[in-house]
Design a protein around this ligand. Sequence first.
Ligand code: SF4
Length: 429
Amino acid sequence: MHEVSEPVFILPTELGYRCIRCARCCSDFWEIPIDQPTYERLQERDLSTVKPAFDSVKPVVRSAIDCSRWVFRRSESQCCLLSLQRECLLHSHFGFDAKPQACRDFPLRFVVTPDGVNVGFSFACTSVLRSQGKGTAIAEGDLKSAFQQSQNVATIYHEIELSKTASLPWNLYVKVEQELMRLLSVDTYPLEERLIGGNVYLEMLERFIHEACKQNSYTIDRVVETFIRDMGQHQYQRIIAMAKKSRHLPKLKRMFLGLVVAYRNNVEKRHGRMRDIVFALFHYLKHLFMAGRVSLLPVTEGFAYSELRQLRFDMSDPFFEFQLRRFFLHMIFRKDLVTHTDLLSGYRFMLLYYALIRWYAVGSACARNAAEVGRTDLTEAIALVERYYVFHPVFDHLFAQNPLFKGIVERFFQSKAYAPTIVRPAVKT
Ligand code: SF4
């Protein structure tokens, strides 16, 4: 239970959610975790009355990723409790509350902030992803009880880390967040320049705060407000000019992104220190020389670099711009950038997701032998990256298992060339 007596909910204005009962969340590749109270209730129930097959096959198994957790067995690529009519058998036989908390939470995600409780949504949900079912169909009372029972609640306090060496009080963070959203929305510049520009903006803000602190004569409020006013002039012209000038390194992008994908694809394997070094080296060289295919689980085929070079990916398509901007604005709204790390690192993770979305869109286009990336490829790529990289604590898990990988990511994030390199293309076309 979350101790906020009368929560004030802040809902996103740019998107809504209304379940259309597509059952995608029950038929995806991910594991559906079972919390302890639900596990105990399941033990007491005779599930063979729900589905005769449960007489001989248990519906609950150990997680392949973390053997201390229980998850639902998958059968024919979906949760074994999904009926032929695409309904949850637990829900239809025992009611909504019989389902594990993770199922009851989906696709909601709450963040308690000093201003209220932000209600975010997962783009892994069809309704959210495709703007189907306009308007948020959750009554205030249901939202309150969903929030009080949810496992998916993060808390943000009054001080926000801007970077490892600087922080912002909450009221100033809100202003900086609004600026990042405005910068991302100025569609007179290409999306990629705006994405790189956001990184330039935060790096400059960090430097500006350090310089002002040395002089000791300004308050943080005055420093940040002056910065915001000056940088926002002429639609962030100065920021975009610096973003345009920044140099990118396609080889480095291939090696880094290839390594991220390889570690993610092998999340269930544990590496010893020596094997970790060999693994990292092998993938560095493979992507440096553009050898073999880029394997993109669960889009198993992935693509070869020669296909990447030939495939048309028209980023000037307004639909691509609309979908990507909608996703990133919502990531910022739901406080993804600051709930697990400092704002600068959170922003750099967001740029990494952008690069991954592009690769997954390419993988999807290659899987259907297309000559160019289509709208569905990009939309599905957003959902895939959300499910496979963003929403699960994937990087926490990978970093804990592979300190070498953690060191590589941290070092690259600190590099001057990071933002332009990760955002711009990995091969010359
Ligand atoms: S994916 Fe979204 S719309 Fe589809 S069943 Fe799940 S919650 Fe409902």
